[in-house]
Design a protein around this ligand. Structure first.
Ligand SMILES: [Zn+2]
Length: 268
């Protein structure tokens, strides 16, 4: 997908980056990213993907804006309290970068809509506020073989990883037992959700363009009170109820490919 003169000018400072270039910019333009949970976290992810020149954003978030969202939801304005968040997110982002296509879906992620949402995207960013939606998205990304950037936080702690189905641990491998998460039960500071969100957006840009080194098979943990950052290698469960099947399928496919190429008979 070619870039227009306006796009080349708009993104000039990032096109200059070694490892990104015009090819990387074209890849961004060709990409549709699904952001679930467009709040303090997802809204800021969407902002940085929009200014970076992602081709299309699908924004999914049910419910209306509350006054107590305003300490972190930077795409919102005070006069929008009581109205659907994603519609305002689309309006704000369109003003910042009119070249980005934006589909705003004022719904939560459910078993009924998750497959359509994931199939329509090249990459998903999981910013939902509960594990029900996170698990649904993880399962659908594994099912449709789509990369998923997983960003989660609790008070001053934040977690980030990138899941490539069949290659890295999935969300179910990393968190086989779900933490007790109360939707309204933890404190959150906008600068903390924003820090995690910018790193998550950077992760998406890396996956798409090949810039730098994404967190494949690595879990970044951050404690922002003490500014302690660490990378861990989470366990890839060979018997994971969600991703073990696709892992085996990929191994079989690879073996079949080798088999075809070499005409060797390999029994799997
Ligand atoms: Zn798994």
């Amino acid at each position: 997908m070619e870039l227009t003169p306006t796009e080349i000018e708009r993104y000039q400072r990032q096109i200059m980056l070694p490892g990104l270039g015009e090819e990387g910019q074209k890849k961004l333009k060709s990409t549709t990213a699904l952001v679930t949970g467009v709040g303090g976290l997802g809204g800021t992810v969407a902002l940085y993907l929009a200014v970076a020149g992602i081709g299309k954003l699908i924004l999914v978030r049910g419910g209306n804006l509350r006054l107590d969202d305003m300490n972190r939801q930077i795409l919102m304005t005070d006069d929008w309290v009581g109205k659907p968040r994603v519609l305002k997110a689309k309006e704000t982002l369109s003003k910042i970068n009119p070249d980005v296509q934006i589909e705003a879906i004022p719904e939560y992620v459910t078993p009924d809509n998750v497959d359509i949402l994931v199939r329509g995207a090249d990459i998903a960013i999981d910013c939902a506020f509960n594990f029900e939606e996170r698990d649904l998205l993880n399962e659908a990304c594994v099912r449709w073989d789509k990369p998923m950037v997983e960003a989660a936080m609790n008070e001053m702690e934040a977690y980030l990883t990138t899941i490539i189905p069949g290659k890295t641990p999935c969300l179910s491998c990393i968190f086989p037992e779900k933490p007790e998460w109360d939707r309204w039960g933890f404190g959150v500071l906008g600068a903390v959700s924003g820090t995690l969100a910018t790193l998550a957006a950077l992760e998406v840009i890396k996956v798409i363009t090949g810039l730098g080194q994404p967190l494949y098979g690595k879990l970044l943990t951050m404690e922002l009170g003490s500014l302690h950052f660490a990378k861990h290698r989470p366990y890839h469960d060979p018997n994971c109820p969600i991703c073990s099947k696709i892992t085996q399928q990929k191994i079989n496919q690879t073996l079949n490919l080798v088999n075809t190429k070499t005409n060797l008979s390999i029994s799997v």
